[in-house]
Design a binder for this molecule. Structure first.
Ligand code: NAP
Ligand code: ZN
Ligand code: ZN
Length: 349
């Protein structure tokens, strides 16, 4: 199928319209017209080479909401016209122990990411959601619950699942004291989901500029990491901290904020960090852990959870031509929400 997307052609250049071909559907494939595509900081990291060299042209985007336009002969779960979603993975081996228990994100044989991976069958490079259409095998397609607003559902596919999965894994619920470092795309979903799970949530931000935004989504308040006195006072006051900071930073600033047995989970920065100071870990049995997105079943669970709890990501809807400006803003760390591209602004011509 001939289609169009917005691709990066090099690190330096802006994203530009790019005509390309999506594969013809295989018997277990679902062909989707993309309606909305969320803009994740991982898109920037990938295209700007933060995680290693990539092959250009590459179309980013792994928070996808759309409509089924065709299904393969063996597809059982989806029908033409239904609203569906695709997140960060489009395939995995489907036969290792991790895939078997629904944690495809940790597939022993590596996942096929929605963009920038090699298709397991034909070896072509996968292209992401800043595009008009996508073709994905049935097992990696999600249902969009009817109660969700299509316009704002897309960020659940990455920001939602990436924050939901560790919250569930660490048993966050009523009475949990949760800190979320960084009020951006992931952070704001972390706040909403933790609040819905019954936790008391504080945003830990570089300043108190985002206080109003934090309170508006249910946080108890904001702790400014640049306020030494407040940081000192907050020592030992969290059971769980979710660290969404996208760049190299000093997490030693945050570990003393954990109570005994508390855990700080890194979901942002991948790569070298400041040297850890072990005293707060040893003297309080505190832990530092990491977490990657979530499995397919859990991604469906978070979509359903958001529908049930009326959780909608805070979105600024932009036309596709606005993407380069949005990326500039995202790089600054200022937005306390998610940009979502309305793909109807991209015409096939
Ligand atoms: P984002 O919208 O840019 O939010 C990141 C937030 O971190 C900013 O809003 C800002 O919050 C804070 N921040 C930014 N620069 C900072 C700095 N220099 N020092 C301290 N804090 C800073 O990004 P996102 O889309 O939420 O993604 C966050 C990170 O998670 C990215 O690295 C992304 O690649 C990663 N990610 C990981 C997974 C996974 O599976 N583990 C999945 C998706 C994304 P304040 O203004 O409140 O300080
Ligand atoms: Zn993402
Ligand atoms: Zn596997």
């Amino acid at each position: 199928m001939k289609t169009i997307g917005y691709a990066a052609h090099s690190v330096e250049k802006d994203l530009e319209p790019y005509h390309f071909e999506r594969r013809s559907i295989r018997e277990n494939d679902v062909s989707i017209e993309i309606l909305y595509s969320g803009v994740c900081h991982s898109d920037l990291h990938t295209i700007r080479g933060d995680w290693g060299e990539i092959e250009y042209p590459l179309i980013p985007g792994h928070e996808i909401v759309g409509r089924v336009i065709e299904v393969g002969s063996k597809v059982k779960k989806y029908k033409v016209g239904e609203h569906v979603a695709v997140g960060c993975m489009v395939d995995s081996c489907q036969s290792c122990d991790q895939c078997d228990h629904g944690e495809e994100q940790y597939c022993r044989n590596g996942i096929t990411a929605t963009y920038g991976s090699k298709d397991r069958i034909d070896g072509t490079t996968t292209q992401g959601g800043y595009s008009k259409h996508i073709v994905v095998r049935e097992e990696f397609v999600l249902k969009v619950p009817e109660k969700l607003d299509l316009k704002t559902a897309a960020p659940i596919l990455c920001a939602g699942i990436t924050t939901f999965s560790p919250l569930k894994k660490w048993g966050i619920g009523k009475g949990s004291r949760v800190g979320v470092i960084g009020l951006g795309g992931l952070g704001h979903m972390g706040v909403k989901l933790a609040v819905a799970l019954g936790a008391e949530v504080t945003v830990i931000s570089r300043s108190d500029k985002k206080e109003e935004a934090a309170k508006a989504i249910g946080a108890k308040g904001i702790l400014s990491s640049s306020n030494e006195e407040a940081m000192e006072k907050a020592q030992g006051s969290f059971d769980f901290i979710l660290d969404t900071v996208p760049v190299k930073h000093d997490f030693n600033t945050y570990t003393p904020l954990l109570d005994v047995d508390g855990t700080l989970v890194l979901v942002g920065q991948i790569g070298p960090m400041e040297e850890p100071i072990t005293a707060p870990l040893v003297f309080g049995r505190r832990r530092i852990a990491g977490s990657l997105i979530g499995g397919i079943a859990e991604t469906q669970e978070v979509l359903d959870f958001c529908a049930e709890h009326s959780i909608a990501p805070e979105c600024e809807i932009i036309p596709v031509e606005g993407i380069n400006k949005a990326w500039e803003n995202l790089a600054s760390g200022n937005p306390a929400h998610r940009y979502v591209i309305d793909m109807s602004s991209l015409s096939l011509q």
